[in-house]
Design a binder for this molecule. Structure first.
Ligand SMILES: [Zn+2]
Ligand SMILES: [Zn+2]
Length: 343
């Protein structure tokens, strides 16, 4: 995609382009008119209707997550309709409603891909990091990495499911939590809010730890049996926990709360140092695992489950023009639920 600045940005295809990462006060994203490129073989063009705003976007825009390509259009929770097909695309028709998420492609051929771990493919490409993403009114995606969106969800409600929802779901799987088990959620942002609904659907008892008093209150309203601060011990031992807060000390707090044989799954692409802890916290087959991205299978399973539950999303909608504002609000902790950009 080539980018050019335009004073009149209403005529063509528009995108929020990141050329120079920097603090949000510098408003790093620029709304530009872009030349629409045709889809290559195997790709589809999508007219974007909604794109979720994720903390990873904020980390990329501010430079905390190093850019892999600049300029780049962020955004990896994209919902829209197929507008053109590249050569060889059989799976989709023009007009189909599809979603595109963080995993934008993998090689399909390495040991990890062959083992069903395409999320760990060394050649994986990520939407809004390697490939231009959905902060735009048009996106090009690999047809085999797009998803059908269940009819139960409006475009803006489906968008936050595509990152926080899918990765939260994979985190639950990695944590090994079983139906009816006692689950800890450490941190209670958009992703944890969706994971809570899945866990309740599975009949789990959910214990939520977060610094924020209002989030503790919300967790209890939504069905958690207990809510406390990171340093408060839950009243019972937990079978598994997922940490969402990007703070290393929270991982140790979660380890302290689980029973022997239990696992803490760390849902963070970025984490500060985990403080040293006594081996006794890990002894007796407790486990500590990170969660990296997701597979297409995770996304398909989760979207079907989300429609079945059905999962409720809380969204705050902003026009595409206000992408900087939406990210500023996310940085300030002012967004309740998930922010979504619409075209
Ligand atoms: Zn994300
Ligand atoms: Zn691969």
């Amino acid at each position: 995609m080539s980018h050019r600045a335009g004073s009149d940005v209403t005529g063509g295809s528009r995108a929020q382009v990141l050329a120079h990462p920097g603090p949000m006060v510098e408003r790093p994203l620029q709304l530009l008119e872009v030349e629409p490129a045709p889809p290559e073989p195997g790709e589809i063009a999508i007219e974007v209707s909604a794109c979720g705003v994720c903390r990873t976007d904020l980390q990329l825009v501010e430079g905390d997550l190093p850019a892999r390509r600049l300029p780049i259009v962020p955004g990896h929770q994209v919902v829209g309709h197929v507008s053109a097909l590249g050569a060889g695309v059989q799976r989709w028709s023009v007009g189909d409603r599809v979603g595109v998420a963080w995993l934008g492609g993998s090689c399909g051929d390495c040991d990890r891909c062959r083992a069903g771990q395409e999320n760990l493919c060394a050649a994986a490409e990520f939407t809004g990091w390697d490939r231009d993403g959905g902060y735009a009114d048009r996106i090009i995606a690999r047809g085999d990495f797009a998803f059908s969106i269940p009819a139960a969800f409006a475009d803006v409600d489906a968008a936050p499911l595509l990152c926080g929802g899918v990765i939260g779901y994979r985190s639950l799987k990695i944590s090994g939590i079983r139906p009816g088990g006692r689950l800890g959620l450490y941190g209670f942002g958009a992703s944890a809010l969706l994971a809570l609904q899945v866990a309740l659907h599975w009949g789990c008892e959910v214990y939520v730890a977060t610094r924020s008093a209002s989030e503790r209150e919300r967790a209890l309203e939504l069905g958690a049996v207990w809510a406390g601060g990171y340093d408060d011990a839950p009243p019972v031992g937990l079978d598994a926990a997922v940490t969402f807060a990007p703070v290393g000390s929270v991982v140790v707090a979660a380890l302290r709360a689980i029973v022997p044989g239990g696992t803490v799954a760390i849902n963070a692409i970025h984490l500060d140092e985990i403080p040293a802890f006594d081996y006794d916290l890990l002894w007796r087959e407790r486990g500590l695992r990170s969660v990296a991205n997701f597979t297409r299978r995770d996304a398909e399973e989760f979207l079907a489950l989300a429609a079945e539950i059905p999962i409720r999303t809380v969204v705050e909608v902003h026009p595409l023009d206000d992408a900087n504002l939406a990210l500023e609000r996310l940085a300030a902790g002012a967004v309740s639920g998930a922010a979504v950009l619409t075209t």
